[in-house]
Design a protein around this ligand. Structure first.
Ligand code: ZN
Length: 497
């Protein structure tokens, strides 16, 4: 028995030796693709839109910055050996002091200045980038979206889309919070399984690019040792699956040894020096948005540094309201006496005041906003129509109440300070069962440095196909009573298709 056993062992050993001639034998194998609701084309299109939002809401260094150029060079080396679908990878640097890097679905990667400062070597910086690339290769973000199927994700997508269509970069307290801090997006939050996969594939990419693959676990270890799990933003989206160093080292041990892997470079030292001098912003400062007026940051991917233009208001109101965004509107500007015009969308139709602007988003979401009713800070006045589909179809009044509660909860979670403030009421909208509930929050408007209170009316209408359409009517509290009859008329005109 023992001899046979021994014999088998020898056979195995010989096979292993034979295998070392092919570099691929012990590598991490990319698991079969997840069930993904997005086509690669959709992922590219949606991802590019998200990336566009980041440029509006975060100070991104222009491509002319030597720090950006350095990160792009490292990115290029990694992309050259990255397996899988050829996503349109692109690399950018955010003037944030947080230790973080994130990659959006579709291949746009943002590395914070804070992460460059925190890395000790080029292989560490390249390590965290290779880890992020691996999430893109395995489509973990869209896998997460597909799995979550939550109101939040789809709602956030829709709001974002509408924000883009409106061209002002933010939809009220609604979307700006969700994307404003990009890491708050739930689909970027990785499971421990996905983390481990990204570590292992990341180490292989690092190795193939000629780097010392130990840079990857080292980066995470160093950050964790210095700042703890809770001390660095990167761990909120990329939790330590446990034993990171051990399993990555085991992966590395399975790769044929290279004689002179790159640990660090003079270019890294230069870039890190520049990063240490670069002006950075805290999350709060990024949201406050004063950086937008500096003219130093890029407005779009590949663009030069550009002053982001104010999108609302006459120059007079701009001067009065600077960072706060739009000012309170007078009765004429609210458009409440306007004739209504008809909007005929794919999933619904609705009437809205003639002077209002319309913004069509992704997934059929549409926003209707008075002239000057929105600014960079968000939508202060208007109506946003969204669609949501739940895991189980909405069939009766009870389902609809649950769905409405879920939507309201999601709104509260995505908007700091927003709470449900009234009882839910059942009603009908053009014969369809509906439920309404009021929420209170903080308007993007402010006076004397204090946010004006906001009142929102959420109306959820069940669709014959089991999905739900919902309308969020947004108003600063002092104007709510004035707008309420208009909101009621708009709601009365709403028809699902
Ligand atoms: Zn990760």
């Amino acid at each position: 028995m023992e001899l046979t056993y021994f014999g088998k062992k020898i056979v195995v050993f010989v096979l292993l030796l034979g295998g070392t001639t092919s570099a691929a034998w012990a590598r991490f194998k990319i698991p079969p693709p997840c069930k993904n609701a997005f086509s690669t084309q959709q992922e590219e299109t949606e991802g590019a839109k998200y990336a566009g939002e980041i440029f509006k809401q975060m100070p991104v260094l222009p491509d002319s910055s030597p720090i950006s150029q350095y990160v792009q060079q490292v990115g290029k080396k990694l992309v050259a050996v990255t397996p899988g679908y050829r996503w349109p990878y692109n690399f950018h640097v955010v003037a944030s002091d947080e230790i973080n890097a994130f990659a959006l679905p579709g291949g746009a990667m943002f590395v914070n200045v804070g992460a460059i400062r925190a890395a000790e070597t080029e292989s560490q910086l390249a390590g965290v980038m290779a880890h992020e690339l691996s999430h893109v290769v395995m489509r973990h973000s869209t896998c997460n979206m597909t799995k979550q199927q939550s109101v939040g994700t789809w709602a956030a997508l829709g709001q974002l889309g509408a924000a883009i269509a409106l061209g002002n970069g933010a939809l009220g307290s609604l979307a700006s919070q969700g994307i404003g801090i990009a890491t708050g997006l739930s689909f970027l939050r990785m499971s421990r399984d996905y983390e481990k996969q990204a570590d292992l594939l990341g180490a292989d990419i690092l190795y193939d690019a000629g780097y010392d693959p130990r840079g990857l676990p080292q980066f995470f270890e160093t950050i964790e040792a210095k700042y703890g799990q809770g001390g660095a933003q990167i761990f909120s989206d990329h939790p330590n699956p446990g034993n990171r160093m051990e399993y990555v080292n085991a992966e590395i041990a399975s790769l044929p040894r290279k004689s002179n892997p790159t640990v660090t470079t003079a270019a890294f030292t230069r870039a890190r020096d520049l990063a240490s001098k670069e002006k950075t912003y805290t999350s709060k400062e990024m949201e406050a948005g004063a950086w937008k007026k500096s003219g130093k940051y890029a407005l779009v991917a590949g663009g030069p540094a550009t002053v982001i233009p104010e999108t609302t208001g006459s120059s007079q109101t701009q001067n009065q309201t600077q960072a706060a965004g739009a000012a309170r509107l007078n009765r004429a500007s609210l458009g409440i006496d306007d004739p209504l015009v008809f909007y005929n969308g794919q999933a619904f139709s609705i009437s809205y005041p003639k002077s209002w602007r319309k913004g069509e988003g992704q997934n059929g979401s549409v926003a209707f906003v008075p002239q000057d009713g929105a600014s960079q800070a968000g939508i202060a006045y208007g109506a946003i129509v969204e669609g949501a589909r739940f895991q189980a179809p909405v069939k009766n009044a009870n389902d609809l109440q649950q769905a409405t509660t879920a939507i309201a909860r999601q709104m509260s979670q995505q908007n700091d300070g927003m709470t449900v403030s009234g009882n839910m009421q059942s009603t009908t909208v053009n014969g369809r069962p509906a439920a309404t509930v009021e929420l209170r929050g903080r308007s993007p408007l402010s006076s004397g440095g204090t946010a004006t209170p906001e009142r929102d009316l959420l109306v959820a209408i069940s669709r014959p196909d089991g999905a739900v359409n919902y309308i969020i009517f947004v108003s600063p509290e002092p104007d709510y009573a004035t707008l309420k009859p208009l909101f009621a008329r708009m709601m009365g005109s709403f028809r699902v298709r």
